[in-house]
Design a protein around this ligand. Sequence first.
Ligand SMILES: [Zn+2]
Length: 327
Amino acid sequence: MRLDTLAGNAPLKEQLSAQEKGRGLSHAYLISGPSGSGKRTLARLLSAAMVCINSTEKPCGDCPGCKKVFGGIHPDVIQVGEDGKDITVGQARQARSDAYVRPNEGKRKVYIFHNAQNMNPPAQNALLKLLEEGPAYAAFLLLTENPGSLLTTIRSRCEALSLVPVSPAEAEYELARRFPQLPREARHAAARRCGGLLGQAVAELEGQEDPGPSQEEARRLLELLAGKSRLDTAVWCVSLEKWTRDQVEKLLERSLALLRDALALQRGASIMTASPQELPAVQAAAALSAKRLLSMAGLVEKLRKDAAFNANVGQLCGGLMAGINAG
Ligand SMILES: [Zn+2]
């Protein structure tokens, strides 16, 4: 399985990968660990693997199923209690009746129960019936900080996955991947402070960053390269002309990092900077030839230098459009 966006927890990842290759993923998991330990990340990866339509390593991150899960819009991945409120018996019953409606798109339906420890006994009993009698295509991921507060009958029907805090080095590696634009010292300090609970460090650093439009548009640039439509490229380049030079410079910087990621991916090396949101675009770009990627990286690097030497936004956008269309 492809679980690298979950930091640390190597034994658990190996266990899941072996299971997926062998008898296949289980239909119910109890994912436990302290707040910030990666429960949601793991639930997202598992649900994507379950609806992934590619036969290669799952979740591929590239197929429509994976993209919808990572975008939070897959109709067959149902979140229960995501708002942090207690899960009521009504919600558990609703999940039960919904489970008997066949999947919309894929072969499976995945139900993610957040804060499962906050379910009262009637709600847990309704869930238990679903775990025992639900259709074979339905899978259940129960997320909890305190597995001991769930009924023994529920626990016995789920496979336990316990997340543990990551080492400072693992935390720093992951933070460098997610926040390449922040100073190294800030990431280092956050990695030390979080005590291995990466989610806490991420929340802290998210408060410090101002991604602006550049992050989103760098991803768009890679999609355009992979899509090869001259018209889309032209429309997009023109839309950048209303930006400030500083914003275009940031866009070029981020694009260069993602292009290098695409090259790394092609070589089978590990990706250093792409976030889960950026990964599909990087994967699409990795399907281009190495020559094309290298020439694009060269172009972006040149434009970055031009920007530093006071080229104006119009010149930068023009250079970008000409360079993309030349390939
Ligand atoms: Zn996939």
